[in-house]
Write a protein that binds this ligand. Structure first.
Ligand code: ZN
Length: 235
């Protein structure tokens, strides 16, 4: 239902002259061919396909709306314990995309990850973002302060007298998410990261965890997209 809502909204956006949506995740909608899926799922393909097909049929024409318009039904892999406010990641407040606790994701492969860099690489990377960062002397004093987003991500980090956003640091250091803690020890900085993805909207591992507790898709969607309504489209 989230994927349908997402695709329908993209279609209405009129991004492409000769197509409703394209198959690039950064532009419209992530897409894999049946052959790709067969290769990825191997022996589990038939069961996964049947399950997905049943979900599509059982929710036929159902979409999510907010104040009568299709919502931006964004989703991602794993939140690391809490989703994020849209405003904290993309700078625009969206009433139904707010941080919510998302427990039960600990079994996800990318729930926790770590990136370690030498003090030298750390300084070089920050200077590439802002050449005026003063990073010399004892590295243990380089990071001055960290502020957090409502979803527990890093909003800003001040180092060497310059302020960097969590989104900027995620990209520069290749972190799985902005929900990280930073530690300096023995000449190296380590980022301990929770979750994987932008963490805005629905967590796929979180949705799975809630479903395993016996809740249905309606409850799960309302949990992640607060205030959104389930509506049946009249095609
Ligand atoms: Zn596109």
């Amino acid at each position: 239902m989230a994927a349908r809502t997402f695709a329908c909204r993209q279609t209405a956006g009129g991004k492409h002259e000769n197509a409703d949506v394209c198959a690039q995740s950064a532009c419209c909608q992530a897409c894999l061919t049946v052959e790709d899926l067969r290769a990825r799922y191997g022996d589990g393909f038939e069961a996964a396909w049947d399950k997905a097909l049943a979900a599509v049929r059982e929710t036929q024409n159902e979409v999510l709306t907010y104040e009568g318009a299709l919502i931006d039904a964004v989703y991602f892999s794993c939140s690391g314990g809490s989703t994020e406010d849209a405003a904290a990641v993309w700078g625009t407040d969206v009433p139904y995309l707010r941080a919510v606790e998302s427990p039960g994701e600990q079994d996800a492969a990318k729930y926790e990850s770590r990136v370690c860099v030498t003090a030298e690489t750390f300084a070089e990377t920050l200077r590439a973002l802002d050449a005026s960062a003063q990073l010399s002397g004892d590295p243990s004093g380089w990071v001055q302060s960290v502020t957090r987003t409502p979803g527990g991500g890093v909003d800003t980090l001040t180092a060497g007298g310059r302020t960097f956003s969590g989104v900027q640091l995620r990209k520069a250091f290749g972190l799985n998410s902005t929900r990280f803690t930073l530690l300096y020890e023995d000449g190296a900085f380590s980022f301990d990261v929770l979750g994987y993805g932008h963490r805005v909207g629905m967590s796929q591992y979180g949705a799975d965890a809630i479903a395993r507790l016996g809740f249905d898709y309606r409850t799960i969607l309302r949990f992640y997209y607060r205030g959104a309504e389930l509506t049946t489209l009249d095609f």
